[in-house]
Design a protein around this ligand. Structure first.
Ligand code: ADP
Length: 537
């Protein structure tokens, strides 16, 4: 730490002797100026001592730093600025002797102010000699570095605390690698997961923490390369403990550069997350088991549902065959045959509907649901579906009404929307048998809004969010049949159109399903389609 006055030359010896040529007059002027300057300097205590160490001159800085006025201190021995233990060990005298021998002495140490308080001083003492080399005294420049010292101390303490913290952290292995990847520091966490003691591992290459196959593939060096070029490398992977066992590690390697950008090495933080991984794997296994169970359940429901129409179909076909065999062609009961054929045809239709739904679900899960959009009108489609189900509505005792003040034009896939309306209407007929059903279609803020309301059994709040999932059938005492696919397909079709479908229902109070469709593909107002829904072409 060099001060401006501390350039290796005694501050008070520049009284003209070093200057090549100066007239006696200007030399006197300069001497006076220099004295004035030294006197008024406030940041440096500048004083001179006689050869025995008694104070001869005293400047403003000395008064400010040490607390004595010139008249109090002139003629006193300079050792009074030293703490008692330094005086006892003869330090002041030793320093003067050193200056005598070497010409100069510099140190930092504690000194005492007039009020007895200590300050951290940077001291330079210089020997002053006359032209013959005779010692005429000493020049002494002292600076108060207490604050600087305190800052350094605080910094050192905080670094020390940080070092202790890192050293004692148990849950993270925190250590450093040199630029070649050799371990250069080690903490308690590292010792705990990796089982090496600091003295066993420092200096070893960090590749020994990798499984052999990773080492063979050059992974440790690749990791360092990535960290060096991108600043950071991060991964979750297997690592090897000292005893050879593996643990699942979350690893971050950060490159450390000096101010010139030179690579110093790497900081490495590793966590043992084996337990978390095991937990996650258990959860995934459970989910897999659930999925397998759901599939098995579905297979059993599906076989049952597919078999149901086959029994009446077989019965009717056998009866028909018998009728034909037992009657001469002239007396065939044509009406009965037609009735039986109609029953048979309905069962075949049920079967093909079920199979069509299954095919749709597999198309959807493979992302192959494609829309065939064309300009169409929604209200007439709804009328058509209602008319198609008039006989069945009559049979189950449902009066179906349709309220639609204006036609609703849009660019949609007609066959798919037919499927949606059919599905909602047949559900209403199934779960709301004997009660009125009301369809309503209107335009609201850029959306075609169509609702199907029944007054049937309703859906419990806890079932409502699930009914749109695949294979989900809300439980009820009565078996209504069905594969639990209709609402899933409905939702997928509506979302593929950029729309949404919602349910409002309470047990015993009926259900209202509402479909909202953007009128044109670019007007997707207020509609947030499920990101998982298959994209349309
Ligand atoms: P499902 O073939 O079982 O009807 P859906 O996917 O169409 O399959 O419906 C899923 C479940 O939602 C049904 O099993 C039923 O529990 C419930 N659900 C659907 N529509 C209605 C409705 N209108 N009223 C009461 N419950 C309904």
């Amino acid at each position: 730490m060099r001060s401006p006055l501390d350039d290796g030359q005694p501050p008070s010896s520049t009284s003209g002797g070093d200057i090549a040529y100066v007239s006696p007059q200007s030399a006197r002027d300069m001497g006076a100026q220099l004295r004035l300057f030294i006197d008024s300097v406030r940041d440096y205590a500048i004083l001179t001592l006689d050869p025995a160490g008694y104070i001869v001159s005293w400047n403003t800085g000395a008064e400010r730093i040490k607390g004595y006025k010139a008249e109090e201190i002139l003629g006193q021995h300079f050792s009074r600025f030293y703490p008692p233990e330094d005086i006892a060990s003869g330090k002041p005298q030793m320093e003067l002797e050193l200056v005598n021998r070497e010409g100069r002495f510099e140190e930092e140490g504690w000194r005492v102010r007039k009020d007895g308080s200590l300050f951290w001083a940077n001291v330079v003492i210089t020997a002053m000699r006359d032209a013959q080399g005779q010692l005429v005294g000493y020049g002494k420049v002292t600076r108060d570095f207490t604050e600087r010292k305190q800052n350094q101390e605080r910094l050192r303490e905080s670094e020390e605390r940080f070092r202790l913290l890192v050293e004692h952290v148990q849950d993270y292995a925190i250590y450093m690698l040199d630029a070649d990847g050799r371990v250069s520091t080690w903490n308690a966490g590292a010792e705990r997961f990796k089982q090496y003691k600091a003295e066993e591992i420092i200096g070893q290459h960090f590749s020994r923490f990798f499984p052999p196959e990773d080492v063979a593939r050059g992974k440790p060096w690749h990791a360092l390369q990535v960290a060096a070029s991108e600043g950071r490398f991060e991964e979750e992977a297997w690592r090897v403990r000292k005893d050879g066992s593996l643990f699942w590690a979350s690893v971050v390697i950060t490159a450390m550069h000096d101010t010139q950008g030179q690579l110093l090495g790497y900081a490495k933080v590793t966590r043992d997350i084996t337990q978390r991984k095991q937990h996650q794997e258990r959860r995934e296994l459970e989910m897999l088991r659930d999925a397998v169970r759901a599939r098995d359940e579905f297979l059993s429901v599906a076989s049952h549902e597919l078999k149901t129409p086959l029994t009446p179909l077989q019965l009717k076909l056998t009866a028909l065959l018998r009728t034909v065999e037992n009657h001469p062609s002239a007396t065939l009961p044509v009406e009965r045959i037609a009735r039986d054929l109609e029953v048979a045809r309905r069962q075949v239709r049920k079967l093909s509907d079920l199979i069509e739904d299954l095919l749709d679900v597999s198309r959807i899960s493979m992302g192959q649901l494609r829309l065939d959009r064309a300009p169409m009108e929604l209200v007439s489609l709804a009328k058509e579906v209602v008319a198609r189900y008039a006989p069945q509505s009559l049979q189950v005792g449902c009066a179906v009404t349709l309220e639609a003040p204006t036609p609703i034009e849009g660019n949609w896939d007609r066959a798919r929307l037919d499927q949606v309306i059919t599905n909602l209407l047949t559900n209403a007929l199934k779960y709301g048998a004997g009660k009125p059903i009301h369809l309503r279609a209107r335009v609201e803020s850029g959306l075609a809004v169509m609702s199907v309301r029944d007054a049937g059994i309703g859906i419990s709040p806890e079932d409502q969010p699930r009914i749109f999932e695949r294979f989900v059938r809300a439980v009820s005492e009565r078996n209504y049949g069905g594969l639990g696919l209709g609402l899933f397909i409905t939702q997928q079709i509506i979302e593929a159109h950029g729309g949404i479908v919602q349910v409002r229902s309470a047990p015993g109070e009926g259900s209202t399903f509402t479909v909202m469709l953007p009128l044109s593909p670019d007007v997707e107002t207020n509609v947030t389609p499920d990101p998982d829904a298959p994209a349309e072409p």
